[in-house]
Design a protein around this ligand. Structure first.
Ligand code: COA
Length: 197
């Protein structure tokens, strides 16, 4: 038994600290607050996030949070909640969600996803979040490749990837159906830890 073959043995911190942002692994009991933030953010999330079409209940969000917690422990999916950092360093207001997703531990490949409540957008919290997760992936989890994927039309998401040094590798045409059921193009951005031979 070892961490190379048994992902649950891989150490992953449950808290990451930036200058203005704190990332916390999902915790039991945070569902009601998450439901409120998603409900307040719905019109901003709806065009891009398939899971944010209708307002969740406190109970449905608690279920999602507990599944995220289970996936975090199993190292299947590493979700974090984005919080503002208070002056004393503690985690303040819940701002959104992020994580390292679609993990391939053999390749050491991860995909970063993110969303933030609209009244906290445009302040650099998401860029700081992406930098924290990139450092976690490359420095602690020995990532070879980290991707950011987004809809070609999602200019704010593309700006985050570009601001954080991710390179546009290509655009996958008609790759997915958007939330409106129409085919959409997907931009694939990446950072790798060594030049490709
Ligand atoms: C995509 C999304 C996460 C981007 O959030 P964001 O807040 O714009 O991203 P950032 O944290 O990088 O903030 C960038 C802005 O903050 C400003 N900023 C201020 N201080 C900053 C700092 N220290 N560092 C970086 N940017 C800073 C930037 O100039 C930029 O301003 P601009 O929007 O006027 O150009 C957000 O629009 C969102 O949640 N959208 C809906 C969900 C979604 O589409 N998710 C992505 C799916 S792929």
């Amino acid at each position: 038994m070892n961490a190379a073959t048994d992902p649950p043995l891989i150490d992953v911190p449950e808290r990451l600290d930036g200058e203005r942002t704190v990332l916390l692994a999902p915790r039991t009991g945070s569902g009601a607050e998450m439901a409120l933030v998603i409900t307040q953010s719905l019109s901003h999330l709806r065009p891009w996030m398939p899971w944010a079409q209708d307002a969740p209940t406190a109970e449905s969000s608690e279920l999602v949070v507990r599944r995220m917690q289970a996936d975090f422990i199993a190292r299947r999916d590493l979700c974090f909640h984005i919080h503002a950092r208070r002056a004393d360093g503690s985690a303040g207001r819940l701002l959104g969600g992020t994580g390292l997703h679609r993990i391939d531990w053999a390749v050491r490949r991860f995909e970063i996803g993110y969303w933030i409540r609209p009244d906290a957008a445009g302040q650099g919290h998401v860029s700081e979040t992406v930098r924290l997760l990139s450092t976690l992936a490359f420095d602690l989890l020995a990532a070879r490749r980290v991707e950011i994927r987004c809809d070609r039309r999602n200019n704010r998401s593309r700006a985050v990837a570009e601001r954080c040094g991710f390179e546009l590798e290509g655009i996958l045409r008609n790759n997915v159906l958007g939330v409106d059921g129409h085919p959409r193009d997907t931009c694939v951005y990446s950072r790798v830890n060594a030049p490709v031979a």
